[in-house]
Design a binder for this molecule. Structure first.
Ligand code: ADP
Length: 456
């Protein structure tokens, strides 16, 4: 890429230099031409006025020749050299294009290449007006050595090459620096993607710019953090499931071990077998729960117009034996006959899970444990609230409670209550599939309010 840039810059600069140098040389030649034509005309006029004074004419030609730094010849109408400021050609005949043209009445100029030199040659006729008629009595021929002009052009060319090389160097330097800076975030992104693909989830790229690339890095960092959270949740989930499965398995092992030692009577066998059965049931419940939560993600919802007030009442009826057993008072107040498009069975399951939690996480220190369920219409929404005065959730844990496998394990009660950290994941899944919204307000030791907003 850099070579292409360099070649483009070099080609552009070369074309520019050639045009510049040509123009410069042409201007120099034209200016010299104008100056020499002026000299030739002055020499012709002076010769015309003093043609009988040979010495004066020679001195005049020598002086103009020195001034113009050129050879000046005056020839007669036959082309014979009358005056030469270098004295070499006096008396010899000159026959060239310029002289022939001038003896025919025309002025002209041309550049000739003689050996390794360039020579500018120009001539003007000497016209005498006698008795009203013009008579060509000779011509002035000036030869100018263009070495000085060519040297100037060469000097300029050398200067331009130096400036060009310097310019090219700096422009390449700038290009290298700019390209390096431009590709820096891209290189950082490539490294980031490599790290993620190597499994280093949560890898963060330092962002320096606020442009498009900066936004891309932001998005990458967000993706990386999300992947890391998902991975952490997955580990937590596997951890808690393994833990949940390990506990009944260990119990079963211990019970079987105890039974196999010594001679036990039938009642002991029965008692131990009952315990083993209980533990097996616990494992079965967990496996069912897991299968259900996986099934839920794939299941298709059957949406119909349903009376959500009735669904609530039916669910409360279902859970009442459990709440009564645990001395938790359940109360429902709110609008009757609110019709909502939903999957009735899934909504029942969702409410059941929330009520189950409210009862499960009741505060044993409180005498009057309650769960208040309210359903109201607000603007074009139905608002369902499930409020309890249970143990509440610490602020730092609230954001995680909908994550699969998350359980609040600190606190005496929480760790001892049976659960797999899946109930609220199921709740959230059902809410999301309906396009509804769920939020939680909770204070430790005071209680929790789960608020569901249902568009009508
Ligand atoms: P599980 O109840 O099986 O542990 P959930 O997904 O239903 O799993 O709940 C996740 C966690 O959220 C629970 O472990 C509990 O700590 C907390 N939680 C849920 N509902 C309540 C509630 N009503 N009161 C207090 N804590 C709750």
């Amino acid at each position: 890429m850099l070579i292409i840039y360099s070649l483009i810059i070099l080609a552009a600069f070369s074309v520019f230099s050639v045009i510049m140098l040509n123009n410069y040389k042409n201007t120099q030649v034209r200016n010299t031409e104008i100056r020499l034509f002026q000299t030739a005309n002055i020499v012709a006029d002076t010769y015309k006025a003093n043609r009988d004074e040979v010495i004066f004419t020679r001195m005049m030609v020598r002086s103009y020749g020195m001034q113009a730094n050129a050879r000046i010849l005056i020839v007669d109408s036959q082309g014979l050299v009358l005056v030469d400021n270098y004295n070499d050609f006096i008396g010899s005949k000159i026959d060239n294009k310029e002289i022939r043209n001038s003896l025919a009445g025309k002025s002209g100029s041309n550049v000739y290449k003689l050996e390794d030199k360039e020579v500018l040659q120009l001539s003007v006729p000497i016209i005498l007006n006698e008795f009203g008629t013009d008579k060509i009595i000779g011509a002035v021929l000036i030869s100018f050595d263009m070495t000085a002009i060519n040297n100037n052009v060469n000097e300029l060319r050398n200067d331009m090459i130096k400036v060009g090389a310097l310019g090219l160097f700096f422009s390449l330097l700038l290009t290298v620096v700019a390209t390096h800076n431009l590709t820096k975030p891209l290189r950082a992104l490539t490294i980031g993607v490599e790290k993620i693909s190597e499994g280093q989830l949560g890898y963060i790229i330092q962002k320096k710019s606020k442009d498009e690339l900066g936004r891309l890095i932001d998005t990458f960092n967000r993706m990386s953090s999300t992947l890391s959270k998902i991975e952490k949740n997955r580990k937590n989930y596997i951890n808690s499931i393994s833990h949940e499965l390990k506990t009944p398995l260990t119990s079963i092992k211990v019970l079987i071990e105890s039974l196999s030692i010594g001679n036990n009577d039938v009642d002991t066998y029965k008692e131990y077998l009952q315990d083993i059965y209980g533990e097996a049931e616990r494992m079965e419940r967990l496996v069912n729960y897991l299968m259900e939560s996986i099934k839920l993600e794939e299941s298709i919802f059957n949406l119909k117009e349903e009376n959500i007030s009735q669904i609530l009442k039916d669910t409360i009826k279902l859970i009442r034996p459990y709440s009564d057993k645990n001395n938790v008072h359940i109360k429902f107040t709110g609008a009757e006959n609110i019709i909502v498009k939903c999957d009735g069975d899934k909504v029942k399951e969702m409410i059941f899970n929330l009520l189950d939690n409210s009862i499960k996480y009741r505060d044993p220190c409180k005498e009057n444990s309650f769960v208040h369920i309210t359903l109201n219409k607000e603007n074009n929404r139905a608002i369902l609230k499930i409020e309890d005065n249970g143990i509440g959730i610490d602020e730092k844990n609230i954001k995680n409670i909908f994550n699969r496998g998350f359980r609040v394990l600190e606190g005496e009660l929480n760790g001892s209550v049976e659960g797999y950290g899946i109930g609220l994941t199921i709740v959230k899944n059902i809410i999301d599939k309906h396009g509804w919204d769920i939020s939680v307000e909770s204070t430790l030791k005071k209680g929790s309010i789960f608020k569901i907003q249902i568009p009508l």
